[in-house]
Design a protein around this ligand. Structure first.
Ligand code: HEC
Length: 144
């Protein structure tokens, strides 16, 4: 061994180690990564035609006074179909013309009318059964 001071030999050792380290890093990290497929969020569940038709009628005719999950001028409509299970005819007639049923003294219609501070629902005599069925379908499916 030549007469090289210990500190210089140590420094040379460190430099060598550092060099090797850098070499390993570039060898591993330098190669291009295979491109990853773009992460795309899954699409929301498809809204079928009935839903869209029901939503359209609901937004233009009912949403002024109703929310699905919240009381507004009128009751929250979520679960309305189950509330009137076995009384579909009544429910359809009521949606079509609640004021008339109140006028005729239908006990359920009158009770609702009293409960909701005698606020009157608009009459929709032109709503067809199919349109009301779509509306109820939308109300069941909507998560607004
Ligand atoms: C002008 C406000 C208004 C509009 C518009 C309206 N409603 Fe109502 N609705 C009410 C009120 C108020 C009540 C509570 C009964 C009453 O006071 O006559 C009610 C009650 C109901 C009920 C009975 C709910 C229960 O829990 O018993 C149903 C069903 C209903 N509405 C459906 C509809 C549908 C469907 C539409 C759209 C086609 C609609 N309403 C439009 C105000 C409205």
């Amino acid at each position: 061994m030549m007469n090289v001071p210990v500190r210089i030999r140590l420094m040379a050792g460190y430099a060598g180690a550092l060099f090797c380290f850098v070499l390993v890093l570039t060898a591993c990290g330098g190669s291009p990564q295979p491109s990853q497929p773009a992460q795309v969020a899954p699409p929301p569940p498809a809204k079928d035609a009935r839903y869209l038709r029901g939503e359209d009628t609901y937004k233009t005719k009912c949403a002024v006074c109703h929310r699905v999950n919240q009381k507004l001028v009128g009751p929250a409509l979520a679960g309305v179909r189950e509330r009137y299970a076995g009384e579909e005819q009544w429910l359809f007639a009521y949606i079509r013309n609640a004021p008339q049923m109140i006028k005729e003294g239908d006990p359920k219609a009158v009770a609702l009318f009293e409960e909701y501070n005698k606020a009157l629902m608009t009459a929709y005599p032109d709503l067809t059964d199919a349109e009301i069925a779509d509306l109820l379908y939308y109300i069941e499916e909507a998560t607004e």
